[in-house]
Design a protein around this ligand. Structure first.
Ligand SMILES: CC(C)(COP(=O)(O)OP(=O)(O)OC[C@H]1O[C@@H](n2cnc3c(N)ncnc32)[C@H](O)[C@@H]1OP(=O)(O)O)[C@@H](O)C(=O)NCCC(=O)NCCS
Length: 289
């Protein structure tokens, strides 16, 4: 078994995607199980982005020259984030996951805080708990948006954002989780349909939406977060399934918005945190947190 760095190439991005597809497909088909990440331009771009920004956090495990597992991790201003950990079904239960996770954790040495999104896999939960993470059960909201449930938006203006809002985004991130997403905002801007910004005397916040998915939301108050989530859901194209994931009990404000517009709540894995409490009001991005 050797570990080698993930290269910033289309070939390595494809290897990581096919490992992820096979690994997630191996999860038991239980309600709330994490679905395999769809092959997407975004997934490939994220792998290449992280191979560039965090070469010491991104590794492939190879056995007899064949890739059997992958890990992607990043560090941003003192927060270590696990973006992906996958092992091929035939190689699972033999310590490959531990080896990959240990290598990725070494990239975070000196970081006081850590974040990850975990599937319901008992093997994953065992690995993360043994690495010191507190595991918070999470819920997800899915379904068609019932527009009659979208109540009056009130007086907080929301407008489209762009690269000029980077400082605002970083400031909100630092307030909520002690660290900015920094370069990851460029990746999200390039791959999400829109970035929404609220910035008023009542507070500030932002939300990325792509199709029906809320990809990341952070705000300085529940009022602003609620306004942004309502606006994002109002903009989900007619007939598209909405999806808001990784909500711990701290995000009841989001649950309430989802219920208002007729979305379904299910449980779906865990948010793992080390050295910090769940940021709120906050909807994490499962692959960048
Ligand atoms: C999670 C995953 C990466 C772990 O990789 P792996 O190579 O199987 O991990 P390891 O063999 O190093 O460790 C698995 C541990 O879980 C334990 N385990 C396995 N199945 C278990 C079960 N059903 N209940 C409890 N423990 C279990 C193993 O005994 C082992 O613990 P030990 O080393 O202390 O004995 C792999 O199973 C996987 O790819 N799963 C599907 C994708 C996924 O869920 N990824 C997780 C992140 S979102």
């Amino acid at each position: 078994m050797i570990l080698r760095p993930v290269q910033d190439t289309a070939a390595d991005a494809e290897v990581v995607q096919s490992l992820a597809r096979a690994a997630f497909a191996s999860l038991p088909d239980t309600p709330g199980a994490t679905e395999p990440p769809p092959a997407s331009v975004y997934q490939a771009a994220r792998t290449r982005h992280l191979a560039r920004t965090d070469p010491q956090g991104c590794w492939l495990a190879e056995l007899d020259g064949e890739p059997v597992g992958a890990v992607l991790a990043l560090r941003r201003e003192g927060v270590w984030v696990l973006a992906l950990l996958v092992v091929l079904p035939r190689a699972q239960g033999k310590g490959v996951g531990r080896l990959l996770l240990d290598r990725a954790l070494a990239h975070g040495s000196g970081c006081l805080r850590g974040m990850l999104c975990s599937s319901p896999s008992p093997a994953a939960v065992r690995r993360y708990r043994l690495a010191g993470f507190t595991m918070y059960p999470v819920m997800r909201l899915t379904g068609r948006v019932d527009r009659s449930g979208l109540v009056d938006p009130g007086d907080i203006p929301v407008h489209p954002g762009n690269a000029a809002h980077q400082h605002l985004l970083d400031s909100v991130d630092r307030r909520l989780r002690g660290s900015a997403h920094g370069p990851d905002h460029g990746l999200l801007r390039a791959h999400c349909e829109e970035l929404l910004i609220a910035d008023s005397l009542a507070g500030s916040g932002y939300c990325y939406r792509d199709g029906g998915e809320v990809k990341l939301l952070a705000a300085t108050s529940k009022r602003i977060a609620t306004r942004l989530l309502r606006e994002a859901l109002a903009r989900v194209p007619e007939g598209t399934q909405a999806r808001v994931e990784a909500l711990t009990a701290e995000q009841e404000w989001a649950l309430d918005v989802g219920l208002e517009v007729g979305l379904t709540v299910e449980s779906c894995g865990f948010l793992g945190l080390r050295g910090m409490r769940p940021p709120a009001p906050y909807v994490p991005n499962g692959g960048l947190l």
